[in-house]
Design a protein around this ligand. Sequence first.
Ligand SMILES: NC(=O)c1ccc[n+]([C@@H]2O[C@H](COP(=O)([O-])OP(=O)(O)OC[C@H]3O[C@@H](n4cnc5c(N)ncnc54)[C@H](O)[C@@H]3O)[C@@H](O)[C@H]2O)c1
Ligand SMILES: [Zn+2]
Ligand SMILES: [Zn+2]
Length: 386
Amino acid sequence: MKAAVYEGPRTIAVKDVPDAKIEHPSDILVQITSTNICGSDLHMYEGRTSFETGRTLGHENLGQVVEVGSAVTKVKVGEYVCLPFNIACGFCKQCEQGLTNYCLTMQPEPALAGAAYGFAEMGPYQGGQAELLRVPYGDFNALRLGEDAAERQLDYVMLSDIFPTGYHATEMAGVKPGDQTVVFGAGPVGLMAAYSAILKGAGRVWVADHHPDRLQLAEEIGAIPINTNDQDPAEVVKEATLGLGADNGCECVGYQAHDPQGRENAALTMNGLIDAVRFTGALGVVGVFLPEDPGGAEAQGELQAKGKTPIDFGMMWFKGQKVGTGQAPVKRYNRALRDLIAGGKAEPSFLVSHELNLDEAAMAYDHFDARDDGWTKVVLHPNGAT
Ligand SMILES: NC(=O)c1ccc[n+]([C@@H]2O[C@H](COP(=O)([O-])OP(=O)(O)OC[C@H]3O[C@@H](n4cnc5c(N)ncnc54)[C@H](O)[C@@H]3O)[C@@H](O)[C@H]2O)c1
Ligand SMILES: [Zn+2]
Ligand SMILES: [Zn+2]
């Protein structure tokens, strides 16, 4: 089968690899019809993680089931399914509590937790930017879709990661009706956090970034854009809230945060949020921060290369703020968000800018990584147009 393989920093090759296959009786095999490129892939693409060369990327996957293992009872061949990026067993101590983002069974390293398709430090699983994907514990992990699945893939594929992840950011931040919420980052995750806050009935939502095309999408869904080229998000938000700041905030950028000139500083967005959110407000941090960053010393310094981000903890403590962090537990939200899509209440596909074939993956990575104007979200169709 064909797959998008990581061959080193900023190098993706679409090549023939061995076919994915059923390896365990509870596996299902999915023919991938839609698979997204994610901001998380870009940390790996740029060589800023431990991701190994020769592995296939792709953790935002949707497709049609083509084979099921002998122990699979629920999922049927022919069904369209969306796969959470987390791979989970359903029976470990973490999964029993709904923490599928930190499953103990699927992570082979005993001292670590959590697994994902085509992801650094998240187990050996291949990604879905390929014609076929092996899905462990298919009955537990696959979210089955309704009859409109094939036509509405661009909406449903967002259930694999960014829609639940954006929603999770608002949950950790405690966003409720009437709240004033500030989001750092207008990438796909930030846009989904803003969209989730708006769906929850937030009174005012600001989104900060320096890319006008992304800010325009934020404005189109009803958020207030803040262009960091000429505005300080904390100043804008505080001025609009009697100096106090927003009720809560979402970090949707991660450790490669930078100023509009491109100078990296992993602390920028956290410190911006601590400043922009009021006393006792909560911060939902879904942007990725890592304990080891292979390019970190060059980009930001030795401490940052070890994930030691110099955040204003004193101010955070002084303001009594709370913070939630980590990978999103996609399964906690994907069924309800699926039904919002099916019921016509949510259309997360608004951020899709490009639908391409798998063969165009290298070009797509290049443009999306450069955050080129108009490249807000790429969906690849490995088995041809839908
Ligand atoms: N926690 C999870 O489960 C989870 C899931 C998916 C993605 N992520 C992470 O979320 C982050 C965002 O993902 P994405 O797909 O939206 O990526 P992206 O890189 O396309 O978007 C990030 C956006 O942040 C902006 N930005 C950079 N520095 C900024 C700053 N100082 N202030 C404001 N905006 C700034 C960039 O211009 C860009 O538009 C990444 O770190 C990704 O790995 C986490
Ligand atoms: Zn993702
Ligand atoms: Zn588990």
